[in-house]
Write a protein that binds this ligand. Structure first.
Ligand code: C2O
Ligand code: CU
Length: 519
């Protein structure tokens, strides 16, 4: 797919960097080069050769200033979008938040997006979890330079689910995903389909979307990413942890709800933090979906683990709640041990594994609603079949002295694949991740949804019971010393894709590789 394209520069206002936010960065993390490669321009649309699109969007990555905490607004980088064509509910602005607009698509739609970079450095937009062609995937080999616009087109092939979009820039000086996402470049993307619609799950005001992120602020509300020196080095090793929670880009808040069922869809959009989702009154967490859409049937857990980049779909029935009462969705405390680092260093006000409230549901209205949770949910997609003759490909995760983590002894080196990173289109394989490190790694694979075949090893600790392994996933948390097997099928698109740790600081430090699907 390496077509040659001329770079066509548009004149846009050069983005001007804010002050405090950028001063708070360590110099090592300023600016990058780009790794060259193909560029899409105004005249070329990558991905889908079609004249006819059902949805057309203009998406900008741009500096902005938004209120996050009381007082001075914070300088952020964020996505803004405009609907050029398509159903009116395609975009929902998050005006008082740095989060990009929520994009709502339907399975089967053909979508075209004009992505404009108004930042001071290269960026890309990755459609996390979506099965799209390689060139549309927002990979670092196709950077959008400042002032440029890239056009991408794809057909929505995935079944209904909660996905998200975020930056995936990686230049010669290292990855910029952690920085750019932290600065605000992320948003939700919802795919709807007939199977899900047929279930009549709570929707509209009865569907809550929650994006969990942790941030640190300096005195005048400047976002602080990695501070200099030793602290930054530790942050890069363990992943950045903020010292306070933000939900949908603002401090955790309460919502007025009624005595009826709700659907709560949660994204962990944090750089590195892991959450242990539970209800404040100890009721079980009823899971109805994961990364790749609805589970086959609901599952009750006492708590559910949500690693960076993962999504969970939760059903909760407040029919029996007393008006005037409040139910909180919390991240419960857990023993992070060695895994978080920050816990033992004690330098963070919100160490990994701290208890925090994510949202309070204030029961304010009494309603007579008789909506039952269906006993069967996503039945249409069959699990990937694997057997004793399915090829097993192993990936060993290991620390590299002072330089983060490696996968099979290799770190990120751009779009170069080793022989054991080539798979065949149409094949089914088991990918086995062996974690030979003392830290958990949320491993993400681009361009597909997989099934989790099983886990072994792993020290049993306070998270083990909450790992959600049923259903479809694009990101799996591999616990320290654990081996996890994934079943995956390489369908529809040949080309380069990426697999990496979604702890963004690990990823940026090189815990990322390309793999190639050979047609
Ligand atoms: Cu959410 Cu490779 O990314
Ligand atoms: Cu990692």
């Amino acid at each position: 797919m390496n077509r040659d394209k001329r770079v066509h520069r548009r004149t846009v206002l050069q983005a001007v960097a804010g002050t405090g936010f950028f001063l708070a960065l360590s110099p090592g993390f300023l600016l990058t080069g780009c790794d060259g490669g193909v560029r899409a321009t105004e005249s070329v649309t990558l991905g889908l050769d079609s004249e006819e699109y059902d949805v057309e969007l203009a998406l900008r990555a741009t500096p902005d200033s938004v209120p996050i905490l009381p007082g001075t607004p914070s300088e952020v980088w964020r996505y803004k979008a405009e609907l050029l064509k398509g159903p009116e509910n395609t975009l929902t602005e998050n005006t008082n938040s740095y989060l990009g607009p929520t994009i709502r698509l339907r399975r089967g739609q053909r979508v075209k997006i004009h992505i404009r970079n108004e930042l001071t450095e290269d960026t890309t937009v990755h459609w996390h979890g979506l099965h799209v062609p390689s060139d549309v995937d927002g990979q670092p080999r196709l950077p959008i330079q400042p002032g440029e616009t890239m056009m991408v087109g794809f057909e929505v092939w995935d079944r209904a689910g909660l996905f998200w979009y975020h930056s995936h820039a990686h230049g010669e000086q290292g990855g910029r995903v952690g920085f750019q996402s932290y600065a605000g470049l992320a948003g939700l993307l919802i795919v709807e389909d007939d199977e899900e619609a047929g279930l009549g799950l709570p929707s509209g005001d009865n569907e809550l979307l929650l994006v969990l992120q942790d941030r640190t602020f300096a005195g005048a509300n400047e976002l602080v990413y990695l501070d200099g020196g030793m602290g930054a080095m530790m942050d890069r090793m363990h992943g950045f942890l903020g010292d306070r929670m933000l939900v949908n880009g603002v401090p955790p808040a309460t919502r007025k709800v009624a005595t009826r069922p709700y659907r709560i869809r949660v994204l962990n959009g944090s750089n590195a933090r892991i959450y242990k989702l539970a209800w404040s009154d100890g009721r079980p967490v009823t899971l109805i979906g994961a990364d790749g859409g609805l589970l086959r049937e609901p599952e009750d857990r006492s708590y559910a683990v949500l690693a960076p980049a993962q999504r969970l779909d939760i059903w909760v029935d407040l029919s029996q709640s007393q008006p005037g009462s409040t139910l909180e969705l919390i991240s419960d405390s857990f023993q992070a041990g060695m895994m978080g680092g920050m816990g033992m260093m004690g330098s963070n006000a919100l160490p990994l594994g701290s208890r925090s409230t994510l949202v309070g549901l204030d029961v304010a209205e009494s309603l007579e609603v008789n909506e039952q949770l269906p006993a069967q949910l996503g039945q249409q997609r069959q699990r990937i079949l694997v057997g004793s003759n399915t090829r097993i490909r192993t990936f060993e995760l290991r620390p590299v002295m002072m330089r983060g983590f490696a996968i099979n002894g290799r770190r990120f080196e751009g779009p170069h694949v080793a022989d054991d990173e080539k798979v065949r289109l149409g094949d089914t394989e088991i990918w086995e991740f062996r974690n030979n490190t003392p830290m958990p790694h949320p491993m993400h694979i681009h361009g597909l949804q997989f099934n989790i075949v099983g886990r072994r090893g792993g020290n049993s600790d306070s998270l083990q019971q909450g790992l959600v392994d049923s259903g479809w996933h694009d990101t799996v948390l591999v616990m320290p010393r654990e081996t996890v097997q994934l079943a995956m099928k390489f369908e529809r698109f040949a080309g380069l894709f990426i697999y990496h740790c979604h702890n963004m600081e690990h990823e940026d430090a090189g815990m990322m590789r390309y793999f190639q699907v050979q047609g």
